[in-house]
Design a protein. Structure first.
Ligand code: SAM
Length: 283
């Protein structure tokens, strides 16, 4: 286990705003002002934030295409005793953003890694979504390709915790359609768009209502999105034992009868079991 008591420099992982530039902590401004170097996902983008807070600390690029070389360089600087801050374009670095390699490498070299907490779109959306927030699952971006996206969603079909996805304007409609195909049109959800920005919108309703709302207005499909989907209610879940019984009965009975008998044995809803049987057959 790495011991973080004897260190050279320090690496600060600094959260920055997700839109509204006022959403930055005093401590983040202080750290960004006093470190020797800021490693930024996009130096031009971060310069705007630094200008607003009259921070003149030098910047270096750290993004997915130069992570490997930059990690080596930054680790050497940290070993020499330099203090480095890592920022991404928006929100918390490493949350669907670069930085994992650098943070791991710092721990491996026994360099102190300090989080400077602040914005994160997933948490901001969850705090206002009106969905269960005691337990949730952050899924980041869904795969771009339809088959892989559907596959990922199917793996989450029986998840009872609130699901959180990041999505871009290009794919929001496709992802909503696929979410409807897997979770059903009536699943309660919230779509948080452009949080902290001028066109901030929170749509809460069934997946189908959210889809209709987007279809009704081109502007509602623009910007950045967090999609939150209520977890499956426990009484709607088909457990492993039910699936096992259904599997055995399906081998000898037509699907409807197999679902009927399985429901009588397990007490789980017939329709749900029938639907599971069909899904299994289609696979
Ligand atoms: N590191 C960031 C964080 O802590 O939230 C996330 C970076 S990820 C590359 C960008 C995605 O986050 C966007 O495509 C969108 O899904 C979500 N996002 C970022 N800012 C947002 C905002 N202001 N409103 C809604 N979603 C946002």
């Amino acid at each position: 286990m790495a011991d973080s008591s004897r260190k050279a420099g320090r690496l600060f992982v600094v959260a920055t705003p997700i839109g509204n530039l006022a959403d930055i902590t005093y401590r983040a401004v202080e750290i960004l002002t006093t470190v020797d170097l800021i490693a930024a996902e996009d130096t031009r983008h971060s310069r705007k934030l630094l200008q607003k807070y009259t921070i003149s600390t030098p910047l270096t690029a750290y993004h997915e295409h130069n992570e490997r070389e930059q990690t080596k360089k930054l680790i050497n600087l940290l070993i020499e005793g330099k203090e480095v801050a890592l920022v991404s374009d928006a929100g918390t670095p490493l949350v669907s953003d670069p930085g994992y390699r650098l943070v791991c490498a710092a721990h491996e070299r026994n360099i102190t890694v300090t989080p400077i907490p602040g914005c994160c779109a997933a948490i901001a959306a969850l705090s206002a979504a009106g969905l269960a927030s005691d337990r949730f699952v952050f899924e980041g971006f869904l795969p771009h390709k339809k088959a892989a996206r559907l596959n990922r969603l199917k793996q989450l079909q029986q998840e009872s915790r609130t699901l959180i996805f990041y999505e871009s304007a290009h794919r929001i409609e496709d992802s909503l359609n696929d979410a409807i195909a897997v979770f059903g049109r009536d699943r309660v959800s919230t779509l948080a768009r452009e949080l902290t920005k001028q066109h901030e919108t929170l749509l809460r309703g069934t997946l189908d209502q959210i889809k209709q709302s987007l279809a009704a207005d081109d502007n509602r499909r623009k910007g950045e999105f967090v999609l939150l989907v209520q977890g499956m209610e426990p009484n709607k879940r088909v457990n492993a034992e039910t699936l096992r019984i259904l599997g055995l009965l399906t081998a000898v009975l037509p699907p409807k009868q197999a679902a009927d008998v399985t429901s009588k044995i397990t007490g789980q809803p017939k329709n749900l079991i029938y639907q599971k049987g069909l899904e299994h057959k289609n696979k």
